[in-house]
Write a protein that binds this ligand. Sequence first.
Ligand SMILES: [Zn+2]
Length: 85
Amino acid sequence: MTTCVFCEIIRGRTPADIVYADDHAVAFLDRSPVFKGHVLVVPVSHVVTLGDLPGEELAPFFAVVQRVSAVMPNALDAHTERSSR
Ligand SMILES: [Zn+2]
């Protein structure tokens, strides 16, 4: 089975501060954030790039991306100029 650091987080073998998870995607705080509230959203399916994600997984994955990006600024008090309006 192909694996990577993200798969290890998804399987619970590597600790992470997971903020959301479902059958399609897992979102967690970046260990080396480049800005306050930096969250990574990764697909549950192992892929090297998003271009490798099967077409039927795109919509459910980006639904999670949209949901997480909508709620995390308030949840972490990490407002960008745009999100604080
Ligand atoms: Zn992987």
